[in-house]
Structure formats: structure tokens, C-alpha cells
Design a protein. Sequence first.
Lengths: 149, 149
Amino acid sequence: MKYSTKLSDAAHVLAFLALHPGAALTSERIAESVQTNPAYIRQLMSALRKAGLLVSVKGHPRPTLAKEPDGITLLDMYRAIEGDKPILHQDTHTNPDCGVGVNIQLALRDYYDEIQKVAEDRMSTITLQDIIDTYRKKAGVNNETEVSA
Amino acid sequence: MKYSTKLSDAAHVLAFLALHPGAALTSERIAESVQTNPAYIRQLMSALRKAGLLVSVKGHPRPTLAKEPDGITLLDMYRAIEGDKPILHQDTHTNPDCGVGVNIQLALRDYYDEIQKVAEDRMSTITLQDIIDTYRKKAGVNNETEVSA
DNA sequence: TTTTGCTGTAAAATAATAAATAACAGTGGG
DNA sequence: CCCACTGTTATTTATTATTTTACAGCAAAA
């Protein structure tokens, strides 16, 4: 497969909303910034909506954040978009007749869970507000205005 | 793409070597345990060899660990197998004419780097010896012997 | 109340990456 | 000199992500 960039794109969408409060943001407008197609943006927004991070009304091009930016973490976005997909993947097709194969994978699971935990703990400390703050610094350096296409 | 299980399989291979010291382990024998094909195992071993984790001689079916199990970390394996592949992936195809898109991704990079760091830090604390120790506990519970197929 | 533009959703097509497979030159041991 | 095996590359297949297409239904404007 390709590598999933859904988390990045979801963060992009939420930041875009936060940076354009009150604007009439169609999925097409957002898609231009992400440089993708409107249906994909709507799919992302659908997941974010179901997770309670975003509010929108069918047919009405005015999606808004469901919470303040400092109340939305990167982990919230990850859960919304990727569910419980792990960052490291086990091989679940080892030989079931081989005790080594089976139990090595069981052992690895414990350690993968630990790694997942520290990654998620870190994600839970990063908010959309943090991302926006960092964005503003970068944008300042790059002399960009946040209303450009 | 499929999800990569190379790290899991590499750990499997190294653990298998550690658990069968002195045995004549052909790539075919190891492949049986992982339930895959010998060429794939040889590819993994090639990467592990280049990273200095494993020693083998062409044509000679007796690969051995290049270091003690407590001197090989999960991070060593990850580097050997995945190089500097990140666990989270940015969208590098956003609209370059959109300041928001460009700079949001730059901001995300900082945070992704942090998440990568905590994950790798954790990986660096987990050794092949730890995995083997945990394996033995699991294997004990499951009443398996480590010499079965 | 009709029209228009948009959303929400699903299905099908395409793209990217991983793993499986096949092939073969070359090594070491018998 | 054989033989079994490794190390390596190239090709094919499988799996997942993204793109594309399509369309029913809502909201606002006319």
C-alpha cells in the first residue's frame, strides 16, 4: 500500500478551519490547500465529525471545530482517523505449529504495546493549538499570510 | 501497500538463531518457522548482516549473532530493516502555493519528530535478550519446547 | 417552491508499497 | 568436481491508500 497520510491531512483540515473562522469553506476550497479531491476531504471530515471533533451540516458549507483548539489532541485525531491501528505491525502469519514463531510474536506484542503507549502518550500532549502556534512561527519565517490560497 | 512486518520477522530470525545455537540453520529452516519463503529470510538476514547484527558466510548454512542478545536492541533491528523510515507519514503533496498547507506540514514535522523520538527511545531499551526472556515465559505457559518445528 | 450548490456516502479505479516467487552466479565442504 | 546453500536481483502478486465517479438529500437564495 501507500503510506497513510490521513493523520497529517486531518490535522491540516482542522488547522485550516481554525485559521479561517467564519469563512465559507467548501470541501473543494479545503481540497485545494491539501491538493487532493473534495470527496477525500469529506471522508476525513466525516471521521472527524463522528469522533466529535468537528461539526457540520449537510449541504451547508460551514464546518466548524466542535471544541477549542487546545481541547483537541493529536491522539484524538489519530483515534478518529486510524482507530486502533498500531504503528508497528506484527506478523500474524507465522507457523502455528512452531512454538518459537508463535511465542516470539506473543513476546513482541508486549513490547509493541509499550511502544504504542509511549507514542500515544506523546500524541496526547500535542494539541491543535500547539500545531497552530508552531504554524504561525513557521509562517512568519516564511513570510506567508494565512489567507492565501 | 501491505503493512510491513519486516521488523517482527527480523526479530523472529534473530531470536531463532539465539534459541538454536550451533544448529545448521538454512534459510529454508528459518522460513518454515516464519512461514514464508527462504529468499525473504535471506533478504532480512542480508540487512541484518549489513547492520552488523548477524554474521554469515556465503554458501555456509550457519548464520550467527554478531553480538550478545543483550547488546542488540529493537532499535538496532528497526534501523537495520527500515532505515530512517518514520512511523507517521506526512503529506508531502500539499499545495505549494498555499502557505497554510506548507507551514502546517512543517509544524507537524516537528511534532512527528518528537513522537518518533519517544518511540525510538523506547525501542532502544528493549533488547533481544528481553524478547527471549519474555518468549520463555510465554513458551512455558504454552507448554511448548523451543526445538519444535 | 424551485433551483443551485453543496454535503455525505459508497463504489470502482488507480497507485504505492510489501511480500512472494523465480532465477542464478558464486561459495564452501565433501 | 559435485552438491547444497547463500546472496542478490528481477518479476509477479497481494494489500492498502488514495483518487475518481456518482448520486441522493439538505439549505439557502431566488
